[in-house]
Design a protein around this ligand. Structure first.
Ligand SMILES: NC(=O)C1=CN([C@@H]2O[C@H](COP(=O)(O)OP(=O)(O)OC[C@H]3O[C@@H](n4cnc5c(N)ncnc54)[C@H](OP(=O)(O)O)[C@@H]3O)[C@@H](O)[C@H]2O)C=CC1
Ligand SMILES: CCCCCCCCCCCCCCCC(=O)[C@@H](N)CO
Length: 329
């Protein structure tokens, strides 16, 4: 018995050491003084909160969105949080990130000419239209991929060559906890967010040996205008399931997202459920200690997850029962 535990400890320590020496060096930026930070979807919710945090850390910020009124208001709000108002610039650019690549390129190169090379890109523009897949409008199914996937992929495609050449830069993808587990009512939305995660993990591997870092964020339900809008059409089952991860504040999520990116984390999570889901279903290695903990806890966490999945199944069955009762009345 003791021999077994002793051997196990040796294996874990060896594993920890191998990981420690194989991983790329951690990046650690303390602030964003004088750096150009571009945030798509920076005129509302999580993106605006991230923009405010970047302004507090001294960045020159460009926010991107479609609605110029919202953008102008956001610029005023972000400016009021600047650490050094006389030297920091806060601007906006009106762009639909679902446009063709040529439009994206034109807009991004003009903001680089105006403020300077992009040091950090936060891809936060996104939205969720829920519903059972067979009832979704065909154009909404396409919009979920155009906005949530291509709206991240194209701006990233634009900034990567410059960042690699300068050998510095940070990119954030805003995925969702709904990219780690399939959920009733999120079918079309999830697909775009899973795609974002797939893109993230491959690009992260392509960044090995460079000083460019990519962080993929997995927010749970977050109190934003976007969520209020989505709640109007959200099926009861979806509310019950995603509600189990709690409701978080946009400020907390936006702020943590920026700080996780600054220290080069590959994953940014905001809740117990986020930790559970990324541990069980994720592909990132943050540090040796994390991996050793995962190895020890994996079986136990799987048991918990199976319980949760069965309870979600129950929510859907109960919903079906209720709908059938209404029909037979
Ligand atoms: N809130 C939540 O519960 C969660 C949100 N997320 C993700 O976080 C991100 C932000 O969400 P949230 O803060 O709630 O959203 P909001 O709706 O509050 O803000 C969305 C932002 O994206 C912009 N945007 C939307 N469509 C486009 C477009 N086609 N082109 C350019 N900009 C666009 C909006 O501006 P405009 O309309 O003017 O274009 C706005 O600035 C999204 O990617 C979302 O999927 C992930 C998990 C949970
Ligand atoms: C101890 C904890 C138990 C619970 C564990 C498992 C919970 C899974 C919940 C997944 C929640 C997904 C929210 C996505 C929100 C989103 O993306 C939209 N709101 C977008 O706007």
């Amino acid at each position: 018995m003791f021999l077994y535990i002793f051997l196990l400890l040796i294996v874990l320590v060896a594993l920890g050491l191998v990981i420690h020496f194989c991983l790329d060096k951690k990046i650690n930026y303390k602030d964003l003084k004088g750096k150009h930070v571009v945030i798509t979807g920076g005129s509302s919710g999580i993106g605006k909160a991230a923009a405010v945090e970047a302004a507090k850390l001294g960045a020159n910020v460009t926010v991107i969105g479609r609605d110029v009124v919202k953008l102008t208001e956001a610029v005023a709000e972000i400016t009021s949080h600047c650490a050094d108002k006389s030297n920091q610039k806060v601007e906006y650019a009106a762009l639909d990130v679902t446009s063709d690549y040529k439009e994206i390129e034109k807009c991004f190169s003009s903001i680089e000419e105006k403020i300077g090379p992009i040091f950090m890109l936060v891809n936060c523009a996104g939205m969720c239209i829920c519903g059972q897949f067979e009832k979704m409008k065909i154009e909404d199914i396409k919009q979920m991929v155009d906005l949530n996937y291509f709206g991240t992929a194209y701006p990233t495609r634009y900034v990567l060559p410059g960042m690699k050449e300068r050998d510095e830069g940070l990119i954030v993808f805003v995925s969702s906890e709904a990219a780690l587990i399939g959920i009733y009512g999120y079918s079309a939305y999830s697909a775009g967010k899973w795609a974002v995660r797939g893109l993230a993990e491959s690009v992260i591997m392509e960044l090995v040996g460079t000083k460019v870092r990519l962080t993929v964020a997995f927010p749970p339900d977050t109190d934003t205008p976007g969520l209020k809008n989505e709640d109007l059409t959200k099926p009861e089952e979806t509310k019950l399931i995603s509600g189990s991860a709690g409701l978080h504040s946009a400020n907390d999520v936006g702020k943590q997202m920026i700080h996780d990116a600054l220290v080069g984390k590959t994953y940014s999570v905001y809740s117990v459920s986020g930790t559970l889901l990324t541990t069980l279903f994720g592909g990132s290695i943050e540090n040796a200690f994390q991996v050793v903990l995962q190895v020890i806890s994996m079986g136990f966490l799987r048991i918990i997850m199976v319980g949760i999945l069965l309870s979600f199944n129950n929510i859907v069955r109960n919903g079906l029962k209720k709908k059938n009762e209404v029909k037979t009345k």
